[in-house]
Design a protein around this ligand. Structure first.
Ligand code: ADP
Length: 514
């Protein structure tokens, strides 16, 4: 699609290849703290496969090697803070791109904002004081980039609070501005994806001056949050369309329990808000191709799974026994993941689960210091509980491949990836009935043997205990059901292709909106 043809083609109906700019603070393999970093590149590649032209804009963090990137000629000015910040722009092709339609990534290189360790913070400063400025700068730079490369997207797609200013800039300025002779943002529409409503970017409202927008915009866009500035809230009120990463989480966030105080804002935009399930990267998370497993396996030939279990038991120093179920867990240690109910000193159920049940439990993760401490404490007291504190791709793949069950007792879960990885690897998930977990796992029915996993409603230590107990009982007494569930999980399709088609529909709806 050419720049000038854009507006014409837009009126021509659905299914037209679009120009899409992904505005993000993270994208693997360049910078990652969570699921957002996996979602943006995977979605971009899947959209490109459908024929869309996709570009990604993000900061050049300190850890991203400039030597491996190409530099665009000339510096780029970004009007913020009452003046102008200057940035160099680097670029490369996203790994995994098809030759005939590559996804290009652009990096904003700004020493004062990004020439430091950490994406949002560092151990000594968990949320950098200048984050509202750093990410306002990135949001504004996305538009300047389009001018610089003379490429005007149909859709600017923002992700989470760091780029939530993008829809605001579009709605209150860029849409009406003169851009260049060859194009403008007048026909561009915005989409904001909420990957986790728990993080909103709430800062002192004095920072708003830095956006170069007037205080009328501050109030019209409802940035105000008890006299603070809530970046995500401004984005929610300004974007043409909104979505989150699973249909069930979209419904849950409209209610107070999961709304993080923005349920009312989302209700007021409910006509423009939907849930689209994330996919998984089945080039990376695929037992038939997984380089971290001792032998490949698939739904047709599951022999390799027994070898993975053996390797897992060996790695964690547990008896190599095929006749005992292994429960696996890989997680960030934060309250969201239900770690209080599982590992809370004196009340969490992990101790009694391991003490009372004939099972092995392997854990990988890091996060809250109290939980790390408690987990190591449990590992020293229980012969069948083993833990590794830290981050390891390799071990996480082996746990997904080798465990019989995977535990996710989340408080809330916008989508959740690990339960989908588990299903793909024939590892039966044990999950709480919440968010994307409820969309992807079907509860086991003891009478018929139907289902793909075990599920509980209340987040309490005893509910976790009882559900793990139920799964272990079924493992010993209904082996045929467990086998059938494992196989059923492996046959499911969690690829990004389906999600990319739903995002295409969301973009078309945005373009149709007035
Ligand atoms: P969230 O994004 O809320 O942390 P998800 O389930 O959506 O939860 O995704 C978490 C991702 O991070 C998964 O790919 C998971 O395997 C990975 N992960 C989390 N902790 C670790 C760890 N300690 N080592 C390796 N991978 C981890």
């Amino acid at each position: 699609m050419t720049k000038t043809a854009g507006a014409l083609e837009r009126t021509g109906g659905k299914g037209i290849p679009r120009h899409i700019l992904m505005c993000t603070s993270e994208a693997a393999p360049f910078a990652k703290t969570g699921g957002l970093a996996d979602a943006v590149p995977s979605l971009s590649l899947a959209l490109a496969k459908l024929g869309h032209e996709v570009k990604i804009a993000m900061p050049r963090y300190y850890g991203i090697d400039r030597g491996k990137l190409d530099k665009l000629e000339g510096a780029m000015g970004v009007p913020v803070g009452g003046g102008e910040e200057w940035t160099a722009v680097y670029t490369t092709v996203l790994p995994g791109s098809a030759k005939n339609n590559p996804v290009r990534v652009y990096f904003f290189d700004h020493e004062a904002f990004f020439g430091r360790e950490g994406i949002y913070g560092a151990p000594f400063e968990s949320d950098f004081l200048d984050n509202p400025r750093r990410f306002t700068f990135v949001s504004k730079a996305c538009f300047q980039l389009c001018r610089k490369i003379d490429w005007y997207p149909d859709i600017v797609h923002a992700h989470d609070w760091p780029t939530a200013m993008v829809p605001v800039y579009l709605k209150y300025g860029e849409k009406y501005g003169v851009s260049s002779e060859s194009g403008s943002f007048s026909e561009t529409k915005s989409v904001l994806t909420i990957h986790n409503l728990g993080y909103q970017g709430i800062y002192n409202k004095d920072n708003f001056f830095y956006t170069n927008l007037g205080w009328d915009v501050f109030y019209q866009s409802c940035f105000d949050d008890w006299n603070m500035m809530n970046l995500l809230k401004g984005g929610i009120y300004s974007a043409d369309k909104l979505n989150t990463v699973s249909p069930n989480y979209a419904r849950e966030t409209l209610r107070q329990e999961h709304g993080f105080r923005l349920d009312g804002c989302l209700r007021s935009r409910s006509g423009d808000y939907r849930g689209i399930l994330n996919g998984i990267d089945n080039g990376v998370w695929n037992p038939a191709l997984d380089k971290y497993l001792p032998a490949p396996f698939s739904a047709k030939d599951r022999g390799g799974k027994a070898l993975a279990k053996q390797a897992l038991q060996r790695l964690f120093g547990l008896p190599e026994n095929a006749g005992i179920p292994v429960i696996g867990m890989v997680t960030r240690l934060t309250a969201q993941k239900g770690i209080g109910e599982l590992f809370g000193p004196g009340y969490g159920s992990a101790f009694s689960i391991c003490r009372d049940m004939k099972l092995q439990f392997v854990f990988l993760g890091s996060g809250e210091p109290w939980a790390e401490h408690e987990i190591l404490n449990l590992a020293s007291r229980l012969p069948n509980f083993r833990a590794r504190i830290g981050y390891s791709e390799e071990t996480s793949h082996l746990i997904e491949g080798g465990a019989d069950f995977f535990l996710m007792p989340s408080q809330y879960e916008p989508c959740g990836l690990n339960q989908m990885y588990s299903l793909a690897y024939g590892t039966v998930p044990i999950v709480r009935n919440t968010g994307g977990l409820a969309d992807t796992v079907k509860k086991y029915d003891e009478k018929t043997g139907e289902g793909t996993g075990f599920m509980f409603d209340d987040l309490t230590p005893s509910a976790i205990y009882n559900t793990v107990g139920w799964a272990v009982w079924a493992w010993y007494n209904r082996k045929n059901h467990i086998e059938a569930m494992s196989l059923r999980g492996m046959k499911q399709d969690f690829s990004w292709n389906k999600s990319a088609r739903e995002y295409t529909r969301l973009y078309e709806d945005a373009l149709d909106s007035v």
